[in-house]
Design a protein around this ligand. Structure first.
Ligand SMILES: Cc1cc2nc3c(=O)[nH]c(=O)nc-3n(C[C@H](O)[C@H](O)[C@H](O)COP(=O)(O)OP(=O)(O)OC[C@H]3O[C@@H](n4cnc5c(N)ncnc54)[C@H](O)[C@@H]3O)c2cc1C
Length: 404
């Protein structure tokens, strides 16, 4: 943005009178703009000969030194997070469009095997940082590693999973290297003309999809929701290289230390393969209340599912999420408790053989898809269902006896 005065200026002083910041003087019968000008446009609008012009478009900066697409190789205890393969798949498509390379940054410990494996998925270069200190994720070490390598190699795009780790690391790295970050993207593309990364994510509670660009800073950084991008496929004999990076981590000031890792005791089951699923939504109200959903699932020998609202509230982990950005399921029986039936949830479960919906709102759209609809408070209905099931009734009989 900038402001300038053309030769047409007659020195009429109208602009001086309109300027709220006294940022204009007349010299040699011409307006002169002073440093305290805020580009508010008052002078431009009053000038009778249109001699004052504000350039609204900022000149595009030269980012020709920034090249290549990077993916953060998130791992835990030596296992790559599945989102890495999704980002490699998407990163490959972006890199191809830009005619640039795709690299993975792989901080960890004794992780050479992972690096070799990544090459088989179409990665051109793996930056391997193999240090004992990086065995477990740590904000300070990982931020340092990512920021130092970005400063050294100038990638044009950096992608991370919108996982617990990625959501913590992404903003820290972006702040450290002074660039922007679009969180939680569900789609990425390259603008054909400007070659800028188009980062699309739901906004305003999911009511619109916003496409965000990072015009003036590099790299362009995004975290991407797991489960929405197509994972890279294995390619035989792909030729990539592993570059070992040595960074001095003794410079890093640690504010946190991993003392112990306690495994979550999970009722973990692959919901995609379950025959019966009992899912809880926002209507369940709390993580503790999910025990009721678990009890019903246990009574039926089924698995526990959840809507995204329940997952986002932290009541249950993401691997239980059913829907567009969770798992698609098609069990014999799907019981939706306190779930409204948003389209993103429905796409993940509407092929179930029998759908039983428990909801206190008779107008909830889940009822349009339900085989049996139980209108009422789930905290009253579920205990009664459990009681009936324990006394030998089938779930169909129990649901049918309640249906209103
Ligand atoms: C890009 C994108 C992807 C998404 N992906 C997914 C996805 O994968 N899965 C998903 O589920 N959502 C997804 N969503 C979110 C989705 O749009 C909805 O916001 C979400 O499904 C709502 O969850 P819910 O039904 O639990 O909550 P709500 O819509 O708030 O519904 C809660 C329901 O509980 C009922 N209720 C409240 N108290 C009780 C009670 N005591 N007894 C009985 N009923 C009660 C209410 O009547 C209400 O109908 C996505 C959204 C976007 C934008």
């Amino acid at each position: 943005m900038g402001i300038f005065v053309t030769e047409e200026c007659t020195g009429c002083k109208l602009c001086i009178r309109s300027c709220p910041f006294a940022a204009i003087e007349i010299k040699d019968n011409q307006a002169v703009i002073l440093d305290n000008c805020t580009l508010c446009g008052s002078c431009e609008s009053v000038c009778p000969v249109q001699a004052i012009k504000i350039e609204k478009e900022e000149k595009t900066k030269d980012f020709s030194d920034y090249k290549n697409v990077w993916v953060f190789g998130e791992q835990r205890e030596g296992d790559l997070n599945s989102v890495v393969h999704e980002l490699v798949g998407q990163g490959r498509r972006l890199a191809n469009k830009l005619k640039e390379n795709l690299s993975v940054i792989l901080p960890g410990y004794q992780n050479i095997a992972q690096a070799k494996e990544l090459i088989n998925y179409g990665v051109d270069k793996v930056y391997l940082i193999d240090k004992k200190e990086l065995a477990e994720y740590n904000d300070e070490y990982y931020t340092y590693v990512m920021a130092e390598l970005i400063k050294k190699y100038n990638p044009s795009i950096v992608l991370m999973g919108a996982t617990t780790i990625g959501r913590s690391l992404g903003p820290r790295v972006a702040a450290r290297i002074k660039t922007g970050l679009t969180a939680d993207c569900t789609s990425l593309d390259i603008d054909d003309k400007s070659k800028i990364l188009l980062q699309t994510r739901p906004a305003f509670g999911g009511n619109i999809m916003a496409t965000i660009v990072c015009k003036n800073h590099r790299p362009q950084m995004a975290t991407v929701r797991p489960g929405v991008m197509k994972a890279a496929e294995k390619r035989e004999n792909y030729e990539g290289i592993i570059s070992k990076e040595d960074l001095d981590l003794s410079k890093v000031i640690l504010k946190t230390e991993v003392i112990d890792i306690v495994r979550e005791i999970e009722d973990s089951i692959n919901i995609a393969e379950a025959d019966i699923i009992v899912s809880g939504g926002r209507g369940v109200g709390s993580g503790e209340n999910f025990n009721l959903i678990r009890e019903l699932a246990d009574t039926l020998g089924g698995a526990v599912g959840a809507s995204r609202a329940a997952v986002d509230s932290g009541w249950i982990s993401h691997d239980h999420q059913v829907g567009q950005t969770g798992t698609t399921v098609a069990p014999r029986i799907y019981i939706a408790c306190g779930i409204s039936g948003a389209v993103q949830h429905l796409v993940g479960m509407k092929s179930s053989d029998i759908i039983i919906a428990i909801n206190k709102d008779p107008g909830a759209s889940i009822f349009n898809y339900a085989t049996y609809g139980l209108v009422g408070d789930l905290f009253k209905i579920i205990p009664l269902l459990i009681e009936q099931l324990k006394s030998g009734a089938t779930i169909k009989e129990s649901a049918a006896s309640f249906e209103k």
